[in-house]
Design a protein around this ligand. Structure first.
Ligand SMILES: *Cc1c(COP(=O)(O)O)cnc(C)c1O
Length: 334
């Protein structure tokens, strides 16, 4: 099956499974799992932070960051369509009594700092305390420009805001920009990064930050039921992913570009090619999506059913798979 719905659908490769089977394990709640400790040290080193913590998911990792930085009655400013606002079940409000202040993203995936400044609340008991600004990189496959990150850091410092990055796909941004990921992460207090997306691990994310922040996160992770025992089996997949699957993201970006270009030449498909920057394509499709879905499914291709269709390339999709997919789309629309 060629599953284009998400880069979360990847299955662990034979070599990754071998690393998992051979992992040395211990009780991580006691801090005694050597493989988890190794993953956390590796993630911190790669992101340029003091420490890191292995989390069950990106949702948990982002929530831990919010719980670390914000207290009851504090507020975070976040994109209207950001994962940390829209797609995490309102966790910050549910578990932290933290108020979100969502703002519309600009077309390039940034939050206008001008607009953000208008929503920072005055120090007055009528208002929640604006504590944190949350950015997402990549957002809908779009890369935040490095100049913007630098401005955002200065802006955050000037306004005494903490800066958190939802970097679920931060390595896609780094690979595309051909920079070390630290050139992106250096502007942030904390960074959450998914191992289970394009990097191909079956489970897990890492939250990276300063020692005291990660210590606090460890406490909240336990509270949330995320204290896992012999988690080294999972962490081994994460180590494998960080060691072997970053550079190859370039392939996913190339595949996405080839697919997007070919699909954009089909009359009833519209794609803004400027927005195809990494492994995610948004295609406006004029067709009955149920019919298209069934047609492609029959040919072994899985998509969602939205007319504003998101297609995602990943390590289980090869270049011949892309050619085959293009032919199938053409056959439907011709
Ligand atoms: C996938 C994703 C997350 C985390 O999702 P989980 O499924 O909880 O691991 C966070 N942010 C963004 C932008 C994502 O795409």
């Amino acid at each position: 099956m060629i599953d284009l719905r998400s880069d979360t659908v990847t299955k662990p490769s034979a070599d990754m499974l071998k690393a998992m089977i051979n992992a040395m394990v211990g009780d991580d709640v006691y801090g005694e799992d050597p493989t988890v400790n190794e993953l956390e040290a590796l993630a911190a080193k790669m992101m340029g932070t003091q420490d890191a913590i292995f989390c069950t998911s990106g949702t948990q990792s982002n929530l831990l960051a919010l719980l670390v930085h914000c207290e009851r009655g504090d507020e975070y400013i976040v994109g209207q369509h950001a994962h940390t606002y829209r797609y995490e079940g309102g966790g910050a409000a549910v578990f932290g009594s933290i108020q979100p202040q969502p703002l519309d993203f600009e077309e390039d995936g940034t939050l206008s700092l001008e607009k953000v400044s208008q929503f920072i609340k005055p120090d007055d008991f009528h208002f929640a305390n604006t504590k944190l600004l949350c950015l997402e990189n990549t957002h809908a496959g779009k890369i935040l420009p490095l100049d913007y990150l630098k401005e955002a850091k200065k802006f955050a410092d000037d306004n005494r805001l903490i800066l958190h990055l939802d970097g679920a796909r931060v390595f896609n941004a780094a690979v595309k920009l051909k920079v070390d990921v630290k050139e992106i992460t250096c502007f942030f207090d904390t960074i959450s990064c998914c191992l289970s997306k394009g990097l191909g691990a079956p489970v897990g994310s890492v939250l990276c930050g300063a020692g005291d922040q990660i210590k606090k996160a460890r406490r909240w992770r336990k509270v949330l039921g995320g204290g896992m025992r012999q988690a080294g089996i999972l962490a081994a997949a994460g180590i494998y992913a960080l060691s072997n699957n970053i550079h190859r993201l370039e392939k996913d970006h190339d595949n996405a570009l080839v697919l997007a270009k070919a699909l954009s030449e089909i009359k009833n498909i519209h794609i803004n090619m400027e927005m195809v920057q990494t492994n995610i394509i948004f295609a406006d499709i004029k067709a009955d999506m149920d019919t298209l879905y069934d047609f492609l499914k029959e040919k072994g291709i899985i998509i969602d059913k939205n007319n504003n269709l998101r297609l995602v390339t990943h390590l289980d999709i090869s270049s011949p798979d892309i050619d085959y997919t293009i032919k199938a789309f053409k056959a439907f629309f011709d």
